[in-house]
Design a protein around this ligand. Structure first.
Ligand code: ADP
Ligand code: MG
Length: 728
């Protein structure tokens, strides 16, 4: 083993778990201690300010300057009591991460000293330079300045010595340059549209919330091994590495006993997360070796998304304390499962109803069917867009790789709900024209209550109904959930609006309300049938079938992004008030650019490693074999020597052939990049990177991985899969 590799492997093996002392209190005692939640608002704000703030959070009422000052003052008081010295606006630019710029509370007091100050205007708005964040050309045509604006619906929290204030991030001209702003608009759109539809069933509904419960998958790798893999360090994934002889085939990792060192990491993570109000509930080993999952109890979508962003940062930080690195990349290792982030999504009302759950009364069941059918219709109409909302250079490795959903969006409903929809679709319209509740009894068969928990599961479905929610499984582990959530909520909002228009038109013609609903539902069930698929999403037959059904089957990432710019997507975003065409276009520019940059970095790293690590080491080993062959000739008669060296000569030749191929491909790749980089259009450039350069990475890797199998283990410099995946 090369000296470095030997040292890191040895150290990794010897590492002991960093023991985490269990806190004396119970989780309920320390939950959200670092959050300026309602309890603290009540304690630290004057009554009037408290009322105004709560009204703003619950109903979106704008806050006036006076209230903002009072809130800032109360927040500051609380934060300083907790030992903080700084504050920051915390936002989600269009990178895969969060951004913050810290300022101290201090101001001159005018007498040569200092005082702690935090005015309402600093709480409400700040002005970071927009030009240093991805903006898709928006700032070029307008102003460089941008500003962050407080989102009171997500409570401020403390990390270390800093009060963090969740904010949106927009260009000076008003275009959002982040994920949160359009997400909030989509949530508002779905709220409005769903409340209107709820009123057919219950006039008391005032608000509909979108719920999100994410399940975060991730890998842990020892930090020493990680540091010795420049590809992991720079790209988040291994660009080479032969499969370990043993990986996940024994199925012995999923739900297995959690390794001690990992357990200590999880304990500390959970403690810190709970203090930040992130309601973590579940932890377990995942399918691949060194792969794990955590999940909280679901929350309102905007808050849940902030919490997911927050926890990804927390995971990275705490992992370091335990000598690990967290890998959030969707496919860090070839040949074992990648990581996703299932987005469990539903709508719920302020009256406590879950709209994706069957109820007890016929009305509740009709409402349930109404929402399920509208979701299906939205997903059907925008299946290409939903795929575009979750695809990325990294997630592309996972989708369609027989471990995650295929790169075709379809929805699994399970036999019971499917049966209900089939019966409704085929029911006799005369019967349904009867008056009163009988319509429902006849039109909507009874839905057993056991449905709530016991729906059959289909792991291959990208958008599966699971009893009281849909589970969008195609979302990537590294992604900001907002991208998927804003597309989904906006699409559903649009569809609910259309649905209401159609039902109201029938009512205006004199139709009974429920009969009108049933008629429109029957039409929508027929029209959206293509999206329903309960079979094996991994099979080749499904790919054929999906094509026939007219579903989006595109697999090239840059081309998948085109779905954002179709007439129907643009219209949907515009009519729901979520994004203007110019914004959608700008975002796509960023997506293409990001894709290109990611592949470009991978190509550079692989080229370097091939030339600096692989070829030199392979050649060194080859030289020792050549040396051996010559010495054989000295020791033995010519014929005998040739016979004894025959196998080594084969290896010598094999190494020569592979190094030639690697070197040729690396050169070819450099030339191809030079050509591609000259292309002006971000879209065209991304297409060339996808079609031409990306396949070269695979070719180079193939030969490197073969070399790994023959070259002397003693001198191989890079930690191997069997080390990366099994040492913890
Ligand atoms: P699985 O069985 O898929 O592993 P769990 O049952 O543990 O998942 O739940 C996964 C996530 O789904 C959790 O965050 C959970 O709170 C969330 N969840 C449960 N019900 C709903 C719902 N109605 N709407 C949104 N999320 C939900
Ligand atoms: Mg799940």
């Amino acid at each position: 083993m090369s000296k470095l590799r030997f040292r890191v492997v040895e150290t990794a093996f010897k590492k002991k778990a960093v023991e985490v002392k269990a806190p004396k209190e119970r989780p309920s005692d320390y939950f959200a201690v670092n959050v300026f939640n309602r309890e603290k608002m009540f304690k630290y704000l004057p009554e009037k300010a408290y009322q105004c703030l709560v009204d703003s959070i619950d109903n979106g009422t704008p806050l006036n300057r006076e209230t903002a000052d009072a809130v800032a003052n109360g927040m500051k008081k609380w934060a300083i009591e907790q030992g903080t010295t700084h504050y920051t606006h915390w936002f989600h630019p269009l990178t895969e991460g969060t951004a913050e710029k810290h300022d101290a509370f201090v101001e001159h007091d005018g007498k040569g000293g200092m005082i702690e100050k935090f005015a309402g205007k600093l709480l409400v708005q700040q002005e970071p330079d927009a030009s240093s964040f991805p903006n898709g050309g928006i700032r070029n045509t307008f102003e460089a300045r941008g500003y962050t604006a407080w989102d009171p619906s997500s409570p401020a929290f403390i990390v270390n010595d800093t009060l963090c204030i969740p904010t949106i991030f927009i260009a000076y001209t008003g275009e959002p340059l982040d994920y949160k702003a359009p997400l909030l608009k989509a949530l508002e759109a779905v709220n409005k549209a769903a409340v209107d539809v709820c009123h057919y069933f219950d006039p008391n509904v005032k608000k509909v919330f979108s719920n999100l419960g994410w399940e975060q998958e991730y890998f842990l790798v020892d930090e020493g091994l990680y540091a010795a893999r420049p590809d992991l360090l720079l790209t988040g994934r291994t660009l080479m590495g032969h499969e370990s002889s043993k990986n996940q085939q024994l199925e012995d990792h999923y739900f297995g006993a959690i390794p001690t060192r990992v357990m200590e990491y999880m304990k500390e993570l959970e403690f810190e997360a709970l203090k930040l109000g992130i309601p973590l509930k579940t932890r377990h080993n995942e399918v691949a070796p060194n792969q794990f999952e955590l999940a909280p109890i679901f929350e309102e979508c905007n808050l849940a998304n902030d919490h997911n962003q927050l926890i990804m940062g927390l995971m990275r930080k705490i992992a370091r304390k335990h000598g690990f690195r967290v890998l959030l990349h969707e496919k860090p290792f070839k040949g074992v499962n990648g990581s996703g982030k299932h987005n469990n999504w539903s709508l719920g009302t302020d009256t406590g109803a879950l709209l994706m759950a069957p109820g007890k009364t016929p009305e509740e069941n009709l409402r349930f069917i109404t929402f399920v059918v509208n979701v299906l219709k939205a997903v059907y109409r925008h299946n290409g867009l939903l795929k575009a909302s979750i695809i990325s250079a990294s997630n592309a490795h996972r989708l369609g790789a027989n471990e995650a959903p295929p790169a075709i969006i379809s929805s699994f409903l399970g036999s019971q709900v499917s049966k209900v929809l089939d019966e409704l679709e085929n029911s006799d319209s005369d019967v349904l024209n009867l008056a009163g509740k009988q319509i429902l009894d006849l039109g909507i068969p009874r839905i057993p209550e056991l449905l709530l928990d016991n729906t059959d599961r289909n792991r291959t479905s990208p958008f599966a109904f699971t009893g009281n929610r849909f589970e969008f499984r195609a979302v990537g582990s590294e992604a900001n959930c907002a991208s998927a959530m804003l597309a989904l909520n906006a699409a559903v909002a649009e569809q609910l609006k259309i649905f209401k228009g159609e039902v109201d038109a029938k009512i205006a013609e004199g139709k009974d309300k429920f009969a009108a609903i049933l008629e429109v539902l029957r039409k929508d069930i027929k029209e959206s049938k293509a999206i329903r698929f309960d079979g094996n999403g991994y099979s080749d037959e499904w790919k054929e079938e999906a094509k026939k059904r007219g579903l989006d089957c595109e697999t090239s990432v840059p081309l998948i992004y085109d779905a954002y710019l179709t007439e129907s997507s643009i219209k949907m975003f515009e009519s729901t008030g979520v994004m203007k065409p110019k914004e959608v276009e700008a975002r796509n520019e960023i997506k293409w650019e990001m894709y290109t940059k990611k592949i470009q970095i991978e190509a550079r790293v692989l080229g370097d490693l091939a030339m600096n690590h692989i070829i030199p080491i392979a050649t060194r080993y080859q030289s020792s074999l050549i040396d051996n062959a010559y010495k054989m000739k000295e020791l033995f008669p010519a014929e005998k020597a040739a016979q004894l060296s025959a196998k080594n000569l084969e290896i010598i030749e094999d190494i020569a052939n592979r190094t030639i191929q690697i070197k040729e491909k690396v050169d070819e790749m450099i030339e191809a990049r030079k050509v591609a980089n000259k292309i002006e259009s971000e879209r065209e450039k991304a297409i060339v990177y996808h079609d031409t350069i990306f396949p070269m990475l695979e070719d180079i890797r193939y030969n490197i991985d073969k070399l790994e199998l023959v070259v002397d283990n003693e001198i191989w410099t890079l930690p191997k899969y069997r080390e990366l995946l099994f040492i913890r």
